[in-house]
Design a binder for this molecule. Structure first.
Ligand code: PRP
Ligand code: URA
Length: 212
């Protein structure tokens, strides 16, 4: 795959370990949900070294000291429904006060074209970093459409977090939205002829919610 300035592929052994278990068809829904959260937390920890901060005064038992904390309304969380929901708690672990918007997107199973069916975002999201969540980046159609929707509503700083990406999906989003930072924990080989990622993990929504 071509290199893009706005794309980070983590390839971190501690994340790869968890992704390996996630892929296993024998992994239970409960463990799958837990792993998606844990991987998301590790990714966010790495991706947000530049999070906006504020100075606060703290009285220790010994003296008053100036300290650094995360700025108010620094980030908002936007899962792409359904599967992005599984990543929300993983972000809340590090940003417990972050507000959550939702974008509903499904892929037409024949054309693979994304279809937006829901969008509700927190007021003031345009003044924070929007963390767009979806475990799977396949053709990239859903992510491009979700980013379009966020930009139409005024978001200027958008970061996309995916657990598994296919090269075509990463390229499609990177080229359509060069201003959006894309973080992918693992880059897989390719898509199959019905748009599933190989080796992948199957249907992330079904595995998270036990629907199949
Ligand atoms: C999956 C996945 C992404 C999308 C990725 O959702 O969670 O949103 O496919 O595919 P793309 O990159 O080719 O657009 P799906 O449409 O299966 O909906 P679901 O989460 O409701 O199951
Ligand atoms: N959506 C999924 O859930 N899995 C894939 O492999 C591709 C799209």
């Amino acid at each position: 795959m071509k290199e893009y300035a706005n794309v980070t592929i983590f390839d971190h052994p501690l994340i790869q370990h968890k992704v390996a278990i996630l892929r296993d068809e024998k992994t239970s829904t409960k463990e799958f949900r837990e792993l998606v959260e844990e991987i998301t937390t590790l990714m966010v920890y790495e991706a947000f070294k530049d999070v906006p901060t504020k100075k606060v005064m703290v009285q220790t038992p010994l003296e008053l000291t100036e300290q650094t904390m995360v700025a108010d309304n620094a980030v908002s969380i936007v899962p792409i429904l359904r599967a992005g929901l599984g990543m929300v708690n993983g972000v809340h672990t590090l940003f417990p006060l972050a507000r959550v918007g939702h974008i509903g997107m499904y892929r037409n199973e024949e054309t693979l074209q994304p279809c937006e069916y829901y969008c509700k975002l927190p007021e003031g999201i345009e003044n924070s970093i929007a963390i767009l969540l979806d475990p799977m980046l396949a053709t990239g159609g859903s992510a491009v459409a979700a980013i379009d929707a966020l930009k139409q509503r005024g978001c200027k700083d958008i970061r996309l977090m995916n657990i598994i990406g296919a090269p075509i999906g990463v390229e499609t989003v990177a080229e359509a939205h060069p201003d959006v930072k894309i973080y992918v924990s693992t880059l897989d080989r390719q898509l199959n002829d019905v748009g599933y990622i190989l080796p992948g993990l199957g249907d992330a929504g079904d595995r998270l919610f036990g629907t199949k």
